[in-house]
Write a protein that binds this ligand. Structure first.
Ligand code: ADP
Ligand code: MG
Length: 273
C-alpha cells in the first residue's frame, strides 16, 4: 500500500518583509504509513506548522516531492485536488469554531469542504446530517451538548467539538497542530488519548504536533524532532535520550525551563541511556 504521506527533499521558504528568505523547511524526508500515529516536536519556529500545511495541501513545496496516498498533488486538476484534500482533516490550536453557533452546526461545518455551497446551506439542516453530527459528538463524548451554543462550553469541550468537526469529514488522515496547547495538563492528556483512540479504531493515519514532549512520548510510538526546518531525529519513542532532547531545544531560551522539567518527568519514569 502507498504511504499516506511521502516527502522527499521537501523545502519551503517564505519571503521576509526585508526581502530575504526564511527557510521554514529544508530537505525534509518523511514517510508515514496508513494507520500510523506520529508526533512531531521541536522548538518554536522549527517548521511544525508549515509541515502540517504542506501535508494538508494548503501549501506547496518549493522543492522536492510530496505524495499523498501515492498521488502527486501538483499533477491534479482543481477538482481532483479538492478530493485529495478532503481525505485529510486538520485540528488547529485556534480551533476556528463560531462561538455563537450551536455545537451541531460547528460540527457540520466540517462537511462543507465536501459540498457545493447551495447543498451545504440546505443540508446543514437535514436530519441525516444531524445524525452524522450526533455520531461525531458521541465519539468525543459530547452528545448531550449537541444543541448547546458553542460559547457555553468549556475550553476543553470546545476543543472536542473541533475534533468532532474533523471526524465528521470521515477523513483517512487526521492532522492536529498543537491541539492542546491552551488546555490544562490532565485535559491535554485525555484529548491526545482521544485522538489516538478515535484514529486507531478506524485505522486513520494520525500526525500530531505537540509542544509537550512527555505528553508526546506517552501517547506515540514514533516521534519526529524538527529543528530549524530539518528533521533532527525520527525515532521510536523509547530511543529518544536526554542528549537528543537537549540538543533539539538548544538555544531556545523561552523553553529552557520547560525542557528541564520534561527531562525530569521523562527520565525519572524510565532509565536514561
Ligand atoms: N506565512 C508565513 N510567512 C512568513 N514566514 C512564515 C510563514 N509561516 C511560517 N513562517 C516562518 O517559518 C518558520 C517556521 O514556522 P512554523 O512552521 O510556524 O514553525 P512552528 O510551527 O514549529 O513554530 C518560522 O521562522 C516562521 O516565522
Ligand atoms: Mg506552530
Amino acid at each position: 500500500m502507498n504511504p499516506s504521506f511521502h516527502l522527499r527533499g521537501v523545502s519551503k521558504r517564505f519571503r521576509r518583509a526585508d526581502g530575504s528568505w526564511n527557510e521554514a523547511l529544508q530537505d525534509v524526508d518523511l514517510e508515514v504509513r496508513p494507520g500510523e500515529a506520529v508526533t512531531i516536536v521541536g522548538p518554536s519556529g522549527a517548521g511544525k506548522t508549515t509541515l502540517m500545511r504542506l501535508l494538508n495541501l494548503s501549501l506547496r513545496p518549493d522543492a522536492g516531492t510530496l505524495l499523498v496516498d501515492g498521488v502527486d498533488p501538483s499533477s491534479l486538476s482543481l477538482g481532483e485536488l479538492r478530493k485529495l484534500r478532503a481525505r485529510t482533516a486538520t485540528v488547529y490550536q485556534q480551533h476556528h469554531l463560531v462561538p455563537s453557533l450551536r455545537v451541531v452546526h460547528n460540527i457540520l461545518a466540517g462537511r462543507l469542504s465536501a459540498w457545493p455551497l447551495l447543498r451545504a446551506m440546505v443540508s446543514l439542516l437535514s436530519p441525516r446530517e444531524a445524525d452524522r453530527a450526533a455520531q461525531a459528538a458521541s465519539a468525543v463524548g459530547l452528545l448531550d451538548k449537541l444543541w448547546e451554543r458553542t460559547d457555553h462550553l468549556s475550553g476543553g469541550q470546545q476543543q472536542r467539538v473541533a475534533i468532532a468537526r474533523a471526524l465528521v469529514q470521515n477523513p483517512r488522515h487526521l492532522l492536529a497542530d498543537e491541539p492542546v496547547a491552551s488546555v490544562d495538563p490532565s485535559l491535554a492528556d485525555s484529548l491526545v488519548g482521544l485522538l489516538r483512540r478515535l484514529s486507531g479504531e478506524e485505522g486513520k493515519t494520525l500526525i500530531v504536533n505537540l509542544h509537550d514532549v512527555p505528553l508526546a512520548l506517552r501517547h506515540f510510538e514514533r516521534i519526529v524532532g524538527l529543528r530549524a526546518g530539518r528533521v533532527f531525529f525520527d525515532l521510536p519513542s523509547g530511543e529518544v535520550d536526554s542528549g537528543l532532547l537537549v540538543s533539539l531545544y538548544e538555544g531556545d531560551k523561552e523553553l529552557a525551563t520547560d525542557v528541564r522539567e520534561w527531562l525530569q518527568e521523562i527520565f525519572q519514569t524510565r532509565p536514561s541511556k
